[in-house]
Design a protein around this ligand. Structure first.
Ligand SMILES: C[S@@+](CC[C@H](N)C(=O)[O-])C[C@H]1O[C@@H](n2cnc3c(N)ncnc32)[C@H](O)[C@@H]1O
Ligand SMILES: O=c1cc(-c2ccc(O)cc2)oc2c(O)c(O)ccc12
Length: 238
């Protein structure tokens, strides 16, 4: 039977419409297990005017689970900010694991760096201050990098997500995982355009197009999980 996409919407589609329920998840499942350095990094970021950029702790907890499930050792991060997702990755991968972390802004990385150093995981991180696209292209110039990464986390300029995807599909191994953050863009993907604040419209359109393109990409298994701001989890199939 043809899948019309018009099936009955089940009750769980509205479950997280309550802030109290989100608080419940954080207080009963996430915060009690959050490693101390991650809490320290959140505290160090709390007064930053862009503190809302930080990866949400429930998303982080799920990401750590996936990193462990695929035994990730070699990873890429696009979009570091003060380093919540970076530190989480560094704490999760083995001692000889390596993260290539790219961000245009080293200043924000330096806010979290003392916490990363204190946690004893800085040696796993190669931070590169740059636009991400040229660095991904540079990595691809070395054939040894092709299909060598176990895991990638993308949390930067939404307009480039598909460009990142094309490169990460070559850099990640078959069976490797790529996570794209903010793929529900604050829920605005289903709002009428005129209800969306003007500055948020371009990224909303990019996100809608990205989700459509991803659904049509036969190279990956996908899941759009409503964690945090929506994370698209891709597993490279071939
Ligand atoms: C939402 S924040 C990342 C949050 C981070 N994952 C965390 O856990 O705190 C987005 C970051 O992407 C960076 N960024 C934006 N455009 C970029 C680009 N073209 N290349 C590299 N980094 C970029 C910004 O400087 C910013 O630090
Ligand atoms: O409100 C934002 C904005 C961004 C953003 C916009 C433009 C860029 O070039 C990079 C990032 O990212 C966000 C984000 O990742 C998040 O989790 C919440 C809010 C925003």
């Amino acid at each position: 039977m043809e899948n019309t996409g018009k099936e009955v919407i089940r009750p769980n589609a509205v479950l997280l419409q309550s802030e109290d329920l989100y608080k419940y998840i954080l207080e009963t499942s996430v915060y009690p297990r959050e490693p101390k350095p991650l809490k320290e990094l959140r505290d160090a970021t709390a007064n930053h005017p862009l503190a809302f950029f930080g990866t949400l702790p429930d998303t982080g907890q799920f990401m750590a689970m996936l990193l462990k499930l695929v035994n990730a050792k070699k990873t890429i991060e696009v979009g570091v900010f003060t380093g919540y997702s970076l530190l989480l990755t560094a704490l999760t991968i083995p001692d000889d694991g390596k993260i290539t972390a790219i961000d245009v802004n080293r200043k924000s990385y330096e806010i979290g760096l003392p916490v990363i150093q204190k946690a004893g995981v800085e040696h796993k991180i190669n931070f590169i201050e740059s636009q991400a696209l040229p660095i991904l292209d540079q990595l691809l110039e070395n054939k040894e990098n092709e299909g060598s990464f176990d895991f990638a986390f993308v949390d930067a300029d939404k307009d480039n997500y598909w460009n990142y995807h094309e490169r990460l599909m070559k850099l990640c191994k078959v069976g490797g995982i790529i996570i794209y953050d903010n793929t529900l863009w604050g829920g605005t993907v289903v709002w009428p355009e005129e209800s969306v604040p003007k500055p948020k419209r371009p990224q909303r359109l990019s996100t809608i197009k990205f989700n459509e393109s991803m659904a049509a990409d036969p190279r990956v298994d996908i899941s759009l999980a409503p964690l945090g701001d929506g994370i698209k989890i891709c597993r490279r199939i071939n």
